[in-house]
Design a protein around this ligand. Structure first.
Ligand code: FA5
Length: 348
């Protein structure tokens, strides 16, 4: 075994000095103890830091730069720790070490709910006022609820493995045909909950479902690979497209404000006919951003859950919760909602 070289030994001792000094200062609970720790470590005459400084002279000139740098860092750390300790004990105790209970304390900073949670709660409240109850469904779904029962044919591009998070399909061999049935997946839309609700209850139905959905989308200012949707479903005798548009306009005004403009564009979803996409005029007023999709529930979907499309009709919608929250609070990048930076979160 070779002995450690003098520089390594000296650096290790500097680190040990720092640890000893920091713990002495942290443990000191009265001004006297803080002062004693200061004299021991940072004292001008015989302080341990001073001795460590002298040691540089004993080292080979080639080692002095490294030692000097480490020494300065250790000294800086101890000086900051002393300052922190001094402030901590300052005036809080009298000369016998007793705490002065009349001094103002440190106000604890209270946490609060995340803006997305606040948005979800507000949506539940707003839709609740017009008679929508809350329904829930699992985030780990099966292909039947995510696609089959929603009238999305086996060959539909929305099922592409590159656009979905399928689970446990690693052992499939080619030639097995489209992914279907019980194959588990992270749901890509909350429309799955429409099916679960209709399978479980007879009309009339008036529900919203809020939750996370997953898609391997490329992340940018308005896209994330995990986001939240609010799904709405109303099925009853005589429900029309006019009801759908009124509910969405009412909701947009209530949540986003009277001055927010929304528009409906003809679109296509396999589970609604006719279908629309709903856009909102983004903050700044220069561009439209898609808020969600909607439409009249396709008769095939109603039939598949045992409803009679001759008797009842329905509308459904699915809106992106992040984008609603962003529009409401003029947030320009979805990623801010997921970075957990308290300076951002504190504003809501
Ligand atoms: C759907 O997901 C349909 N299930 C909506 C629907 C429900 C139509 C019921 C008809 C009836 P779409 O893929 O367009 O549609 O997504 C709906 C909304 O989710 C978008 O308008 C957008 O607001 C939001 N969204 C979609 N992808 C992302 C993403 N990667 N990041 C954040 N939000 C997203």
């Amino acid at each position: 075994m070779t002995a450690a070289d003098p520089l390594s030994t000296a650096l290790a001792e500097l680190d040990a000095l720092r640890d000893a000094g920091l713990s002495a200062l942290e443990l000191a609970s009265t001004p006297e103890r803080v002062e004693a720790a200061r004299v021991e470590f940072l004292g001008q005459k015989n302080g341990r830091v001073k001795s460590a400084q002298e040691r540089i002279k004993t080292l080979d000139p080639s080692a002095r730069k490294a030692y000097g740098q480490r020494f300065n860092a250790v000294k800086g750390d101890l000086e900051s720790a002393f300052e922190a300790a001094r402030l901590r004990v300052e005036r809080k105790t009298d000369d016998r070490g007793r705490i002065d209970v009349t001094l103002p304390g440190v106000r604890p900073r209270l946490g609060h709910r995340h803006p997305l949670t606040q948005t979800a709660e507000e949506l539940i409240d707003l839709f609740g006022r017009i008679g929508f109850e809350v329904a829930r469904g699992p985030e780990v779904e099966d292909v039947r609820h995510n696609f089959d029962a929603l009238n999305i044919p086996p060959s539909h591009p929305a099922r592409d493995p590159l656009d979905n998070f399928y689970l446990a399909v690693g052992e499939r061999t080619s030639g097995e045909g489209p992914i279907g049935g019980d194959v588990p997946m992270l749901r890509s839309q909350t429309s799955t909950v429409q099916i679960r609700v209709m399978e479980a209850q007879k009309p009339p139905v008036r529900v919203i479902a809020i939750g996370r959905v997953y898609r391997p989308d490329t992340v940018d200012a308005t896209h994330s690979f995990m986001f939240h949707q609010v799904e709405g479903l109303m099925v009853d005798r005589g429900v029309t497209m006019a009801d759908l548009k009124s509910v969405l306009r009412l909701f947009a005004r209530a949540y986003l404000g009277r001055d927010v403009t929304i528009r409906f564009r003809p679109s296509f979803f396999p589970f609604t006919e006719p279908s629309v996409e709903v856009d909102m005029l983004w903050h700044g007023g220069h561009r439209w951003v898609e808020m969600g999709g909607a439409g009249m529930v396709d008769p095939n979907v109603l039939r598949a859950v045992g409803y009679d499309p001759e008797e009842v009709t329905g509308f459904a919608f699915g809106l992106g919760i992040e984008r609603l929250c962003m529009r409401r609070h003029a947030i320009d990048d979805i990623r801010l909602l997921y970075q957990n930076d308290v300076r951002f979160l504190r504003q809501f």
